[in-house]
Every structure is written in structure tokens, then in C-alpha cells.
Design a protein around this ligand. Structure first.
Ligand code: F6P
Length: 358
């Protein structure tokens, strides 16, 4: 039986989203189904006339899947159940989205998002009776019940390459180079890129640190005859006093940013060595996806479409033990995955003599 399925990207973009959309469109078309792309996440459904377009396999001729970003657009603002109105009040606008799902005539929706988006999309699916399958994406890699999320591998690659580029200039100028990376409250990007990129110090929000310990490590590097050091820090690392370092943006929201500069000043003061800071920011999200992210995107997209065929809903595709599996969305949201302090990668870093600042 022919179906019309919807696909939307929600939350912050990352590399690999277009590869997921391509996989969904191709595998749906293979079954004789139509795929509708909803534009700008839930924002596209908060208009009187829903913003969507029919996606054909011909559009995905091989160029789109190589591109970063999402051709559908996305939003990481405005929970429709508690939507900020221009007059400063909040309104439940979920009914408008559900009406628009129905106007488009969807048999099912595939939501590509992080845990926050999945929670909202799941509630909409339950209220509106439009069945849903979730696909995990986030550079932060903090979604539970899956070993990998689309976008993480590419972000780690960018951060690793940044360390590769910082190392020669650090060596040329006898400097400490500090790289601040994203990851929200989880230190996965800093830990993985720090190991892969040869950092001397890795700071993640899951472990407490002291400036003295960092200074000690840098002094021992210097004593060993090396004239430079590389430090990678996760954006959510707090000051030693436990204060988060954030910036308030024009939309009124606070976002992480600035811990690198804070540490740079402290390290220079303690060691007398020049420190310079690079804040990598959104460069970690806009790159072409790595092969790993493309494979994950393909496997997740195909599985999600198969699940719709099998009538398996309210579930998220996941990667476990070299296989694509599916898990309950509720469990995945509940099992938020930060870095475990005794995980293999933490032990690996310690085993290499990398300082974790603790
Ligand atoms: O969740 C992905 C992420 O890139 C985080 O790592 C970062 O803290 C945040 O989004 C940045 O959000 P925005 O794109 O709104 O600046």
C-alpha cells in the first residue's frame, strides 16, 4: 500500500543530515512511497499553510549527501507546547502542528533530532495520532541507548584537524594552544579529539580540575624538552569555583562559550608561558560528513523507513554492537549519555599520560 511519509530535521544542524534525508527518500521511493520534507523543523508547521515540499530521489543525485547542514532547514527554538509569543507570554501551539500534519496527509513522520527534539516530536505524535520514528543526530553524542549519533564523528574530525593545525604553530612560537570545542554538557568531542589529536591536557565537564594540575602538566612537558603544549577544553567546563562560562545572545538565551579564554589567562599567569585560544564553534557542524557519518545516516534512514513498513512506532533507530537496532524513544531520552569517568577512553587518555586536570 502506498504511503506518504514526512521527514523533518529539528534542533541544531550537523554534518550528515542531508545523507539521512537522502537515505529516507531513496528507500521510501524504492517501496513506491512518497516523501514529504517539512521545512524548518516544527517551525514549518506553525504557519497557516504548512511549509513542506515533496522530495524526489532525482533531487538526491549524489551531491546533496556530501553537504553539511540540512536542505530542509531546522530550528532549535520554540517548544510548541510552551511557545514564546511576541508579548512575552507563552502559548501551547501544539494543536496547530497536529492540524498541519493532517493537512499534509502524513501516514508517519521521521524526526531527525537530539533528545530535546525527540521529546517534543514524540508528544506531538502521541497527541496527534501521527506515528513517529526517531533518528538520533547530534555532534554532542549525548543521546542514550545508541553508541553513535549522526554528526558526532564529523565534529570530532574537525576538532582533531584543528589540533593538527595548532601543533606546528604552537611549536614555532613556544606556546600553549588552547582549543575550546562544543559538546554542550557532555565532554565526548573534547575527549575523543584530544586523544586523536595528541593533546597534553583534556578538560571535560564530567571531571573536576585545578589550574595547578594543568600548570604542573605543562611544566613537566617543558621539562621533558618540548617547547609547546596543546590543551583541549569542552565548552561546558566550569571555572574552578564552579561557575559556568556563558554568553547571553540577542535572543536572550545563554550559550556556553569563553572557558578557553578564561583558562588561557590563568595558565599564562601560573606558568609564565604564552597561551593562545581558538574557539572552534560552529565549524564543527558545517563540514561535509565523514564516511562514518554517511554510513550511519544511510543505515538509520533505511531502517527508519523499514520500521514504518513494519508498523513499529514510538521508537528510535540506534547503533549497537556493529548493528542498527531500534529502542524506545522514551528510554533513549531517559538515558542521557555523558562521559563516564571510568570509561575506556578516559582510561586511554590517562594511560597515554594526558592530564585530565584532576
Ligand atoms: O547541541 C549542539 C550544539 O552545537 C552544542 O554543542 C552547542 O552548545 C549548541 O548546539 C550551540 O547552539 P547554537 O547553534 O544555538 O549556538
Amino acid at each position: 500500500m502506498s504511503k506518504r511519509i514526512g521527514v523533518l530535521t529539528s534542533g541544531g544542524d550537523c554534518a550528515g543530515l542531508n545523507a539521512v534525508i537522502r537515505a529516507v527518500v531513496h528507500s521510501a521511493a524504492f517501496k513506491g512511497w512518497e516523501t514529504v520534507g517539512i521545512l524548518d523543523g516544527t517551525a514549518g508547521l506553525l504557519k497557516e499553510k504548512p511549509d513542506y515540499k515533496v522530495l524526489t530521489p532525482e533531487e538526491f543525485d549524489g551531491t546533496v549527501m556530501r553537504m553539511g547542514g540540512t536542505i530542509l532547514g531546522t530550528t532549535n527554538k520554540g517548544d510548541p507546547f510552551h511557545f514564546p509569543m511576541p508579548d512575552g507570554t507563552f502559548k501551547d501551539r501544539s494543536g496547530e502542528i497536529i492540524d498541519n500534519y493532517k493537512k499534509i496527509g502524513l501516514d508517519a513522520v521521521i524526526g531527525i533530532g537530539g533528545d530535546g527534539s525527540h521529546a517534543i516530536l514524540r508528544k506531538l505524535a502521541q497527541q496527534g495520532g501521527v506515528p513517529m520514528v526517531a533518528i538520533p543526530k547530534t555532534i554532542d553524542n549525548d543521546i542514550g541507548e545508541t553508541e553513535a549519533s549522526v554528526g558526532y564523528d564529523s565534529a570530532v574530525m574537525v576538532a582533531t584537524e584543528a589540533l593538527d593545525r595548532l601543533q606546528p604553530t604552537a611549536a614555532s612560537h613556544d606556546r600553549v594552544m588552547i582549543l575550546e570545542v562544543m559538546g554542550r554538557d557532555a565532554g565526548h568531542i573534547a575527549l575523543a579529539a584530544g586523544i586523536a589529536g595528541g593533546a597534553d591536557v583534556i578538560l571535560i565537564p564530567e571531571l573536576e580540575y585545578s589550574i595547578e594540575n594543568i600548570a604542573e602538566k605543562i611544566a613537566s612537558v617543558k621539562k621533558s624538552g618540548r617547547n609547546f603544549a596543546l590543551v583541549i577544553v569542552s565548552e561546558a567546563v566550569k571555572t574552578p569555583e564552579g561557575e559556568p562560562v556563558q554568553v547571553q545572545y540577542s535572543d536572550g538565551q545563554f550559550r556556553y562559550g569563553g572557558i578557553g579564554n578564561y583558562l588561557g589567562a590563568q595558565i599564562s599567569e601560573k606558568t609564565g608561558i604564552e597561551a593562545r585560544v581558538t574557539v572552534l564553534g560552529h565549524v564543527q557542524r558545517g563540514c561535509p560528513p565523514t564516511f562514518t557519518d554517511r554510513l550511519l545516516a544511510a543505515a538509520f534512514g533505511v531502517r527508519a523507513v523499514n520500521m514504518i513498513e513494519e508498523g513499529k512506532f514510538d521508537r528510535m533507530v540506534a547503533w549497537k554492537n556493529r548493528e542498527v537496532v531500534d529502542v524506545s524513544i522514551e528510554d533513549a531520552i531517559a538515558a542521557y549519555q555523558a562521559v563516564e569517568p571510568d570509561s575506556s577512553l578516559v582510561k586511554t587518555a590517562r594511560g597515554l599520560g594526558i592530564s585530565l586536570g584532576d
